[in-house]
Design a protein around this ligand. Structure first.
Ligand SMILES: O=C(O)CCC(=O)C(=O)O
Ligand SMILES: [Fe+2]
Length: 361
């Protein structure tokens, strides 16, 4: 099936926000907050520079990801997520085709049809908080230390760096939204319900990607509150700007932060949870490359990304924040009408249940 989608080659207009300025002098802060506000109100995506996660740690995380996905398939399967899409328990290794990423489709039959017609080409390793948890969100699945030595201890420090940045950003957003206390949003979560995805997009034939018959990851909004995305240099991420999908060009040394559904809902659409997807990489990443293992002509190079999903605690009721109540002031969000009161747990369950085959859940 060919998808009907509009896309343009012109990159999305995503600003670089300097994290040091966000937390700098009064003058620097007011300029940086203005850019942040504009970006969250228009696209919901920013590049973040001078942030608190050392590049060395990010490089190590990519290295671990490369090592993990290079393991034989049957070794990765030892920590396979069960085929059931047990809600609240989406941890472990996900093979190609095991999950379906989709948007605004809730009907089981329709989801089954999408499973057949909109295949995706990514593997995943899904992990949560490695520390002692207060809440029951399933447990991380680990390969034995003799098979994958050192990963658990690396993951502890990686998780801590990501949660620290998440909380720092929530402090900035609390200030941006004039919520009274810098800890307003941060106090809503312990990070027990946050989540980390290691995404792997294997090398493949370029044809079906270029014709957009197949995506590396289907179009979706992130269903959490705030996402921190780490990209390699390959490219392929696209964001919908309301008119068309446009490339998000990877920028050396900068990470991406994007608004998720929960923040969109909390701000009544003032902060946008934008539709995005992963498609064919940049032209230079197709065919024989001088700088890496030669690829067959007409293949795309493999790609890795890491995504940290910040999320309030499960029992938290997702409600409009003070100052964001005015109905219709901001454009309709991508997640549709929320209607009834929903907790974080319920929202997650609703979206995760669309990702796995119905008969197995
Ligand atoms: O790989 C990317 O650049 C984005 C991944 C993504 O959107 C996700 O994991 O939700
Ligand atoms: Fe995403």
């Amino acid at each position: 099936m060919h998808r009907v989608e509009t896309y343009l080659d012109e990159p999305a207009d995503i600003p670089v926000i300097d994290f040091r300025q966000l937390n700098g002098t009064q003058n620097e802060r007011s300029v940086a907050f203005k850019y942040l506000d504009d970006a969250f109100q228009s696209l919901g995506f920013i590049y973040l520079s001078n942030h608190s996660i050392p590049q060395k740690l990010i490089d190590e995380a990519f290295e671990w990801s490369r090592r993990f996905f290079a393991l034989p398939h049957d070794v990765k399967k030892r920590i396979a997520h069960p085929p059931s899409g047990a809600v609240n328990d989406y941890l472990g290794f996900l093979e190609i085709g095991q999950v379906l990423v989709s948007q605004l489709v809730w009907d089981t039959a329709e989801l089954e049809e999408l499973r057949k017609t909109t295949p995706e080409r990514h593997e995943g390793l899904e992990l949560c908080n490695p520390h002692d948890l207060q809440v029951d969100v399933g447990r991380n699945l680990w390969l034995p230390e003799d098979i994958f030595p050192g990963f658990r201890s690396f993951y502890d420090s990686w998780w801590d760096a990501c949660t620290r940045l998440d909380h720092q950003l929530l402090e900035n957003i609390s200030e941006l939204l004039k919520l009274g206390s810098p800890k307003y949003l941060s106090n809503q979560h312990t990070c027990d319900f946050c989540h980390m995805s290691f995404n792997y997009f294997p090398s493949m034939e370029v044809g079906p990607l270029k014709s957009r018959e197949v995506h590396r990851m289907n179009a979706h909004t992130d269903f959490q509150q705030l996402t921190i995305v780490f990209n390699d240099s390959i490219g392929g991420l696209e964001i919908h700007d309301g008119e068309a999908f446009r490339p998000v060009i990877p920028k050396q040394g900068k990470i991406i932060v994007d608004v998720g559904d929960i923040l969109d809902r909390q701000t009544n659409g003032r902060s946008k949870s934008a539709l995005h997807q992963v498609v064919a990489p940049r032209e230079s990443m197709i065919g024989n490359r001088k700088d890496s293992v030669p690829l067959a002509a007409g293949s795309v190079v493999d790609r890795y990304s890491l995504a940290f999903f910040g999320m309030p605690d499960p029992e938290f009721i997702i409600e409009t924040l003070p100052g964001c109540e005015a109905k219709g002031k901001w454009a309709q969000n991508m997640v549709g009408e929320w209607g009834q009161t929903v907790t974080t747990d319920e929202w997650l369950a609703k979206r995760v249940s669309t990702e796995f085959p119905a008969e197995a859940s």
